[in-house]
Design a protein around this ligand. Sequence first.
Ligand code: APR
Length: 478
Amino acid sequence: FKYDASNPNLDPEPIHGMGNYHDIWDDEHVRMACSPLHLTNDRTPRWPIIQSALAELKQKCDEKIATVNDIKIAIDKSNGTNFEIGSLQQVLNQDYSDDQRAYFMSFTLPKMVSFALEVGNICSQPPPLLNIKTNRTVTMSQRQAASLLACGFFCIFPHQFNRKIDNKYHSYQSFNFNHLFRRGSACQPEKLKCILHYFKRVSEDMPKGVFSFRRFSLPDEWIPKWKESQAPLCKIHIRTDRSIEEMHGLLQVDFANEYIGGGVMREGITQEEIRFTVCPEMLISILVCEVMLSHECILLIGCEQFTTYSGYADTFKFKDNFIDTTPKESWGRKLCHVVAMDAIEFKDPATQYTFENMRRELIKAYTCFRIPKSMEKCMFGVATGNWGCGAFNGDLQLKAIIQLMAASEVGRPLVYITWHDQTLLESFWIVYDYLANQQATVKDLCIYLQLYSMNHKQSGLFDYILNVPVSSLREAYK
Ligand code: APR
């Protein structure tokens, strides 16, 4: 693992390869399962216990006598706990055919045990953390990722650090899979099928690429002066019929939680969780990324997709194997750039119309769209859509205008996916066309937002804009 702390504009340096494990146990690195400082409650080292529990499981797999209950025994012995694993049992004992189960128990599972047991050799030092306010990139091989994910599967990561920042404790989400294994919502077994399919694929043929996570903090002096900006509207392409992940060659937006990954390790299954489930290497961002602040984002570069899915939320289902043919850059990363962009969760939707909240969302979108130029050889377009308007209760029209402003300020074209919402497609196009015909600028849109924050009860934002010509707006705000 390597990060470029000194110069955030450099491409990442080559990663650490295999070697003797060098432990680091501080608040700048992931606490590893194999660390000598990972202790039981009576303060004996936990790694030898884990090694023996997993070796027993592997032995049974090799003898072809392992059962699903043996996975539970190994996890419980490793942790000194008694986890309920109803969803995992459902997948392996009920949903899988006899052949699928036999293949998993005798081929995939022992490989997963080896991935976990080899973590200290494959990851010769703990991955650095992408803490708040750092501009760091962590790069790792897909082989390293498989080891870390296997450790998550066997629930052997110790608790990570909880840091106190600005008088608030910011924790890392748990990367252990025990919540996902529990009996719960119908999506959990489906998510597990995707992840088990990932392990099947990598244990049959380990991919040789690398991927990176980059944290980007927008410096204060880069925050645009919205009320003075003469930037023209960017070009836009609006469509209903495709998903963001199908928009190859664009910067794809992850409708994120401030804790990246959101509920993927629990019951959540909307846009972010689905993306992380079909591209399981993205899950590792949960392990290395601290909570995002309002002027921060995390870029996920080069993660591979392994499965397809059908449905959404309650109807989500694992569908099939997916061969990701995205080309690679010279560094070995797939040319797939995803940016985690967390909206405000509006428990009371009325609060989104304060100008302060609008400004926060503008800065967040601007931060995500304005990635340091060195990262991208050219400013390709952004694929986004109903950001913050599902689980987080945002107003579709307001979020559309905010993202239009941010993309225009950065100077990138937008591909806007309305996700089967034909009405939004048509109404957004009418407003965009109306504004573009009058050569509206980001400053004009900022004034609309300011006025709308006081008049939002009268009408929707699009109608509000259509009723106030840009020329009269400019006249009033000379
Ligand atoms: N492509 C394009 N648009 C999509 C896709 C997709 N693959 N999936 C969903 N959408 C649209 C839908 O219209 C959805 O209602 O985006 C909307 C918002 O999606 P959400 O995931 O609900 O996003 P948000 O409201 O920002 O909530 C974020 O949910 O997934 C968790 O961890 C995430 O806690 C965070 C919260």
